[in-house]
Ligand binder design. Structure first.
Ligand code: ADP
Ligand code: MG
Ligand code: MG
Length: 205
């Protein structure tokens, strides 16, 4: 990965969030407060504005600005969680180009930040349920090169998001529903799957 690819990843993510806004909001209406799509759209719109004036010289500059902006612009739980993850990844990648192994390590730092802030474990029906398997799959395929690793992570994140359907939420607003949170796909795990999908997309562009 290089700085240009990091920029492309965030831009593609912002576009995908815009396209999927109503779907994410629909998922959050079932087990939350119906704002996940609008939260992320507001956040990523602000990220694009911030990046337009940045002229970043490293991957880390792109990811850190993304994280800081998400934290400041998104009020919901997902803002600080994704914001911290992007900041942690940015800190892990101060360079202008990174190997797949270095990107794998940064994704793991992102996961750690999410878990330190939110305290969620795999199976709690959160972002972690897509991010953790995606990180593991990326790491396992890193030696095959970036596009292969990103494809593996994309598939694992999508599967992880689907696998949240039968789970009962133990963190976040959905946990207030208790057993009634089962039978619905988690909005945050779904947006994480979207993030890994756009990463795979830009590595093939
Ligand atoms: P809010 O719940 O404050 O309205 P959002 O709707 O933007 O925020 O985000 C909801 C998503 O955040 C959930 O679907 C879940 O995936 C994720 N989430 C909530 N709490 C946590 C947590 N403690 N750890 C990880 N992810 C969480
Ligand atoms: Mg919500
Ligand atoms: Mg909310």
């Amino acid at each position: 990965m290089d700085t240009e690819l990091a920029l492309a990843w965030i831009r593609e993510t912002a576009a995908a969030v815009e396209r999927q806004e109503s779907y994410l909001t629909e998922l959050d209406s079932a087990i939350g407060d119906g704002d996940h799509g609008s939260n992320l759209r507001r956040g990523f719109t602000a990220v694009i504005t911030a990046l337009d004036t940045l002229e970043p010289d490293s991957i880390g500059a792109v990811l850190a600005k993304t994280g800081t902006t998400l934290i400041s612009k998104v009020g919901g739980a997902s803002g600080p969680l994704y914001g911290s993850a992007f900041r942690a990844m940015g800190k892990a990648l101060p360079q202008a180009t990174a190997t797949p192994a270095e990107l794998a390590a940064a994704l793991a730092e992102g996961l750690l930040a999410i878990q330190q802030l939110g305290g969620a474990a795999p199976g709690d029906k959160t972002i972690v349920d897509a991010w953790a398997p995606a990180t593991a799959a990326f790491e396992a395929a890193a030696a095959d090169g970036l596009p292969s690793a990103a494809d593996a992570a994309d598939a694992a994140a999508a599967q992880g998001a689907r696998d949240t359907v039968p789970l009962q939420a133990r963190k976040g607003r959905a946990s207030y529903l208790g057993p009634r949170s089962t039978g619905h796909q988690d909005p945050g795990a779904t947006s994480t799957a979207l993030l890994f999908h756009t990463l795979a997309q830009v590595t093939h562009a």
